[in-house]
Design a protein around this ligand. Structure first.
Ligand code: ACO
Length: 448
């Protein structure tokens, strides 16, 4: 199989959301902390009728319908998620209800979990399968689904929720350049979920930022090394049109791209002009760890990066700024933003993605885009996803109501023997929702 990659995409996020400005005021944070400081506009969250299973049922059904895919044509289904509803039974098995109805139970794949990286692991599994000798000619399907919620405190505004489905196969408009890829995996306690009675993570926010940037540096170095070996020339930021980042909050994306600019400057790459190199030269000899803590370097590199950031990163930031951190779906929501904003001008372009999951696991990888052909064209993908309308159709909750929902969900987490309020007035037709968890913890869903 040639040009294996993403043929089709759909995204779902809850219609329930809260403005960061309102949350900021409610939390008593200084004005601008969440909006400018973290760079976030709005945050989606699941009300009591939605969860990672209902969102993935919704997005998979929608993708199959809108691209006219026969459920029998799916041969592998992989889910990435870090939202634990069951310690054994995979989310994938819930999705099988869609395929069983059509007589298709011959579908490989289960769930992948490691913080925000599970979606990338699932995606690589599917791409590898299509490229392998065990491929049977059918499509792969990847689902990234998460509800990111934090306890009250500084991390709470960095939540979010969404599910993204991606159809995988050959001759794709979004093709993998599988040889141009670098990973960084390490043992760190930056963000983890050891308390099985709580949905909330234990998070060392500052450490997680440094771990993310260290992983970014390391992945970029590996990717450059592999590119240079392959192509016989230096790789720089000029060799890709866009850079897409896992986006816990937009400020970290700004810092990440600035970090890559600093890397290129130190490597004396052609992407940075002489004035920029001069500005960053004083920092070139900072020992690694000091460079992660230097505010002066951060400021200088963000300044030098600004025009490149505007051109190569801003078009990828819409959905993560509007929906929040979607954990496994976060990187792909940034990519969705790019397809939404630039679908008509991406033909022939290279796009670099950076996936980070705390703990930690990270990969930077390369995609090559082409216009594609109906129904698998970039144009059609953007039309199907309909991101602008979906964002507009949302309903803003006041902070008090949001906090109330978080309380209900805390109480419900891991619980049994309840029916939900079944208030589905805000859900669009076709959306799945949770109706009941019975005395044996079995979950039941219905479709609006
Ligand atoms: N106006 C403008 N900017 C402001 C204001 C204001 N009124 N107040 C603060 N800021 C800025 C700060 O200067 C800071 O920016 P800087 O980093 O450029 O200096 C930013 O807002 C955040 O303020 P902090 O005081 O650093 O925020 P705090 O420590 O309270 O929380 C954090 C931020 C650590 C990101 C927290 O939200 C968190 O722990 N989130 C979850 C962890 C996370 O997402 N990590 C990312 C990688 S791992 C993952 O994906 C889960």
């Amino acid at each position: 199989a040639k040009n294996v990659g993403i043929l089709a995409v759909d995204i779902y996020f809850p219609p329930t959301c809260i403005q960061q400005e309102a949350l900021e005021a409610h939390d008593g944070a200084s004005k601008g902390k969440y909006t400018i400081g973290l760079g976030q506009d709005c945050m989606a969250f699941c009300s009591e009728v939605e969860d990672v299973i209902s969102m993935s049922l919704t997005v998979v059904t929608s993708l199959l319908e809108k691209y006219g895919i026969d459920p029998k044509q799916i041969g592998r289904l992989e889910v990435g998620s870090e939202t634990v509803i069951d310690k054994s039974k995979s989310i994938k098995t819930f999705l099988m209800t869609i395929f069983e109805k059509h007589g298709n139970t011959d579908i490989e794949g289960v769930d992948s979990t490691n913080a925000c990286y599970g979606g990338t692991a699932a995606l690589f599994n599917c791409v590898n399968w299509v490229e392998s000798s065990s491929w049977d000619g059918r499509y792969g399907l990847v689902v990234c689904t998460d509800s990111a919620v934090y306890a009250e405190g500084p991390a709470r505004p960095t939540g979010g929720a969404a599910a993204i489905a991606m159809l995988i196969g050959p001759d794709a408009p979004v093709a993998f350049e599988s040889k141009i890829r670098g990973s960084h995996m390490a043992h760190v306690y930056d963000f983890y979920k050891p308390d099985l009675a709580s949905e909330y993570p234990v998070v060392d926010g500052k450490l997680s930022q440094t771990c993310y940037l260290k992983a970014l540096d390391s992945c970029y170095k590996e990717l450059c090394k592999k590119y240079e070996k392959l192509e016989g020339k230096q790789f720089s930021l000029a060799d890709a049109e866009y850079f897409v980042f896992h986006s816990p909050y937009n400020k970290l994306v700004q810092k990440s791209f600035a970090r890559l600019v600093f890397n290129d400057s130190v490597r004396n790459a052609s992407s940075i002009d002489e004035a920029g190199k001069e500005k960053l030269a004083p920092f070139a000899d900072l020992p690694g760890d000091d460079s992660y803590n230097s505010r002066d370097l951060e400021k200088a590199s963000q300044q030098v990066a600004k025009p490149l950031y505007d051109a190569k990163v801003v078009p990828t930031t819409l959905v993560p700024k509007q929906v929040g951190n979607m954990y496994t779906a976060s990187l792909y929501a940034a990519f969705v933003s790019l397809l939404h904003n630039k679908h008509s001008s991406l033909d022939g372009k290279r796009v670099i993605l950076f996936s980070y999951g705390s703990g930690s696991t990270a990969t930077m990888f390369s995609l090559r885009l082409n216009a594609g052909q109906q129904p698998f064209s970039l144009e059609n993908i953007a039309a199907v996803m309909n991101v602008g309308e979906k964002l507009k159709a949302r309903h803003e909750f006041p902070p008090e109501k949001f906090v109330e929902v978080m309380k209900i969900m805390e109480h419900r987490y891991g619980g049994k023997d309840f029916v939900t309020n079944q208030d589905i007035s805000l859900l669009l037709p076709g959306t799945y929702y949770l109706t009941e968890v019975d005395s044996k913890y079995r979950r039941f869903y219905a479709k609006k």
